[in-house]
Write a protein that binds this ligand. Sequence first.
Ligand SMILES: Nc1nc2c(ncn2[C@@H]2O[C@H](COP(=O)(O)OP(=O)(O)OP(=O)(O)O)[C@@H](O)[C@H]2O)c(=O)[nH]1
Ligand SMILES: [Mg+2]
Length: 279
Amino acid sequence: MVENLCYNLHLVAAAASTSGARAMSERPSITAFFPAFNDAGTIGSMVVSVSKTLEELTDDYEVIVVENGSTDYTVQVLESLAERYPRLRVFTHQQPLGYGGALRVGFASATKDLIFYTDGDAQYDPRELKLLLPALRQDVDVVNGWKIDRGDPLHRKIIGRVYHHTVKLLFGFQLRDVDCDFRLIRREVFDVIDLESDSGTICLELVKKLQDAGYRFAEVPVHHYHRTYGQSQFFNFPRLWRTGVQLIQLWWKLVVRREHLERIARRRQAATRVMREHS
Ligand SMILES: Nc1nc2c(ncn2[C@@H]2O[C@H](COP(=O)(O)OP(=O)(O)OP(=O)(O)O)[C@@H](O)[C@H]2O)c(=O)[nH]1
Ligand SMILES: [Mg+2]
């Protein structure tokens, strides 16, 4: 099924979140999703690999790809995959939404109890979802990966460490690797937190809001590999500059103004009310 999206993400998030029921079977339902921008060379293996992994873990799953304005043959690969994989849902976009926009579509479209996501460029191995699931104990809401050894050139590793310590200091993160896009999250958390970022800073927004809402994390080491297809878009100065500006804007919003705390409290009350009505 290939769908085109045009909707209010907040409404969809609210509609998708039925109850915040905590009780979960031993084989919980899982949505796995990948954002994909020019990932034609890797997205096929990601879908196949995660589908096989999910078959082992649960009877109730879906796979979502949020394609994001690709100019290579990503869409064609997805169209042919969708014919063979009935549990695959593909959202295509003619205009890119940005990385954050793509993640927001993924979170809002997920319908299962747990949401797993990682990037469509195969720098992480979706089979390692098997490592995350056992770490999601009753008292844990989010399992965050941390990169055992970053599969990137030296300059990226150095910039990555500087970035990590800077954002840790600015936002008060307690996680070992905020920048690890390999996560398993209980879908009910999106009844309480909502996300606004369109860019890569969404990972900071996500972790900060989860932390401020009191959700509990577990951390699991995962492998990280070199890109095997496509061009890294990371290292250009306009992008680094934009990221710096976005980071400061986010810091102002979440650390100085802290308006999200009131919103979290309001949404939590509403979610609790809905839960009581359904129980
Ligand atoms: N850059 C970028 N990536 C996107 C976007 N939408 C989806 N993606 C996917 O998000 C993943 C992560 O983006 P990357 O640019 O690979 O980010 P990165 O892994 O930090 O850096 P490199 O792999 O070195 O480029 C990839 O699988 C992209 O295809 C977007 O708008 N911009
Ligand atoms: Mg990458």
